[in-house]
Design a binder for this molecule. Structure first.
Ligand SMILES: [Mg+2]
Ligand SMILES: [Zn+2]
Length: 189
């Protein structure tokens, strides 16, 4: 059995964007900004034997804020900026909450699908996200959960109890594989 990191996308890999109605996911490729340390963190985790997946809700086309084509272009730009970082598969839900689909987090649907497809031991795996619905999806899938304290999504967390709280993905991966934090008090790397 393999072990996996199931990563949320926005607020974990890339930055949220400020719109008139608040902070949200990038709607055009020009808005996509990878967060610091992400590429190396993904590569380091994969090097240490973790299979990496991304599981993300992307309802903005269904809500009329952008188009599916534009969201596809955002995904292509993300792949470009990740520059070959070893992510095995991306799973996207394009529905809205009111569509009552089976794949929108906090539903654990895509974790279960990925686990089946890639023979992942869910109990040995982690779900990493920046909001409560990520923690809930991971918990319901039987994974351990880590919540990242991304500043622009702070209003969407606090009601779930993750196994671990970290600053960002780099901090999580360093905690996971036992390396000192780059901005902690130790400095051997
Ligand atoms: Mg997020
Ligand atoms: Zn869905």
């Amino acid at each position: 059995m393999n072990r996996a990191l199931f990563l949320d996308r926005d607020g974990v890999l890339d930055a949220l964007v400020h719109y008139a109605d608040g902070w949200g996911a990038p709607r055009t490729p020009a808005e996509l900004r990878l967060l610091p340390g992400v590429r190396d963190a993904v590569a380091r985790a994969a090097h240490n034997g973790w299979s990496i997946f991304v599981i993300s809700n992307q309802p903005d086309a269904a809500k009329g804020y952008t188009t599916r084509e534009s969201l596809q272009a955002v995904h292509a730009e993300l792949l470009e900026q990740l520059d070959g970082a070893p992510i095995r598969e991306f799973f996207y839900c394009f529905h809205r909450a009111e569509d009552r689909c089976e794949c929108r987090k906090p539903e654990p649907f895509f974790v279960l699908e990925a686990a089946k497809k890639y023979a992942i031991d869910r109990g040995a795996s982690w779900f990493v996200g920046d909001v409560d619905t990520d923690v809930e999806a991971g918990r319901r899938a039987g994974c351990r959960t880590a919540l990242l304290e991304y500043p622009h999504s702070s209003s969407k967390r606090g009601a779930q109890k993750p196994d671990l709280i970290c600053r960002d993905l780099d901090h999580f991966v360093r905690t996971l594989i036992g390396q000192p934090s780059s901005n902690g008090s130790q400095s051997q790397d």
